[in-house]
Design a protein around this ligand. Sequence first.
Ligand code: NDP
Length: 445
Amino acid sequence: MSVYAQKVLDSLKTRYADQPEFVQAATEILNTLQPVIEKHPEYEKAGLLERYVEPERIIIFRVPWIDDEGKVQVNRGYRVQFNSAIGPYKGGLRLHPSVNLSIIKFLGLEQILKNSLTGLPIGGGKGGSDFDPKGKSDNEVMRFCQSFMTELYRHIGKDVDVPAGDIGVGAREIGYLYGQYKRITGLYEGVLTGKGLTYGGSLARTQATGYGLCYFTEAMLKANGQQIAGKTVVISGSGNVAIYANEKITQMGAKVVAMSDSNGYVYDPNGIQLNVVKEIKEGRRGRIREYVDAVPGATYTEGCSGIWTIPCDIALPCATQNEINGESAEQLIKNGVMAVAEGANMPSTLEATAAFQKAGVLFGPAKAANAGGVAVSALEMSQNSLRLSWTFDEVDNRLKDIMNGIFSKVNAAAKEYATEGDYVAGANIAGFLKVAEAMMAQGAV
Ligand code: NDP
């Protein structure tokens, strides 16, 4: 690591010792920027890295809401407006009991580079709350979302900050959030993405992250003389990203044999029947273990990390951060995995990433591989501004082009600045260069 980057990282580690996920994400990024720092000594004088790791603004707020028993509940809301050098802040909202400032900051830091890689004019932000939508009634979720937006609305806008979904935030939550924004401001504008199709949403947004992940994986394999058809795949999670990654990779001729949720995983040697998963997860917000009730021959195992012991050619972690540790990575390698592409954000620990790279496993890092979601969100913003709706195929084709473009940029940056095939360094460097140039041009702001 360069002396300058190391200095910035050391200072972060001291100041934010209580934010391990944020420090982890910063470590991974700063570790790879040495060639860029060497080429641009002017960055140090401009305090560029210090500015890059410090959010422009953090908003933390109380979210009071009334449960079905009439009792007042209180959660904490966050919006981290990290970097607006290349466009308005853009990034999802996460609703999960584990949400804290460290998690939102790590997601925001990653989002800056991811958004840059899409080539679209969007800055980086992220938000959410420690509210758990699981087990809540629709009315409780609605009251929470309305209260959350009653504070958030003053900080966002179609040219200011455009949130979207993430863990725990799907079409239902976006609808409630949008309704409240419109009610308070009187504005019918594209302030959120992932909206329903009847009120400004984009076709293919639901599929975008999962499909995009598969387009990226296809490009990565192709560049290395491989193909997806015929491969055995394990996908963790069974939410939005996991479901549509399964759908696309199956269409591409692979067989998905396992999926999971936070309680456990199902293994189906005949190939997971996605219609059953969709019915359980999208249809009735059920649990993945219910899959075995519908599909004889499939097995359910309690505990989610065991999914990585199943032999596969391609692993697509699509659940959450740090779900593959060093040990799980070694197990996957021992079982012959040839490619890992991250659908979730930072699902591999630093040890796991190092193990995959050392073993020569093709490794597609999240900020490149899962950028399809935010890319189509940006296309949703364009459609809203134009007052137009593009067809599914039109959006899907643009998504494919964007994901292929991201792979090319990442591949080229890896070759030029780091080691050929090091897509972690390639993604960080390609994403960073554009943001850095914009920040330099705009002065010390
Ligand atoms: P969903 O809420 O739709 O699904 C999340 C899935 O991951 C569920 O199966 C959930 O299981 C599981 N999961 C969540 N938290 C944990 C945990 N702590 N341990 C184990 N499993 C867990 O979310 P998404 O599919 O939208 O998001 C999944 C990942 O993809 C996240 O990392 C997100 O940041 C990332 N991502 C999402 C994008 C999008 O467009 N939605 C875009 C880019 C990245 P359970 O139901 O039991 O909680």
